[in-house]
Design a protein around this ligand. Sequence first.
Ligand code: ZN
Length: 142
Amino acid sequence: MIEKTLGNKKVYELSKEECEKLLKAADEAMKNTFPKSNDGFAVALMTKSGNIYIGVSYKSDTETLTMHSEATALAHAAIHGEKEIVAITGPNCHICKQLIYESSLCSGIDIVVVIEEDGKIKQIPISKTMPYPWPRECMKIL
Ligand SMILES: [Zn+2]
């Protein structure tokens, strides 16, 4: 991955191989969706150290308590002490975009969303998917 500076944030451009590895990890994680395999969503993210963590959707009968794969992936990385996320597979729902964006605000890294569309891999900084973002800065006490 290549580190670049974008305003007051850092953004990491992944190599084609890193993107393919991330997309493959997300595909393979589909077997771990809860409660049934291949019924829900799965993502993979890459941290600044190059580690990959997967996340799968975890359905609740209440629907409200269902956890999206992006949330479980971010938590998965945090459990391992990794909070500097550089990329995550997409597309992502708007709730998850907010969560990814807040992670980005706190780390100072504009997380890229890796998408495969029409056979082409795209890397879109999360800030580009949030035209009128809230909040403007990390509001968590670090
Ligand atoms: Zn979501």
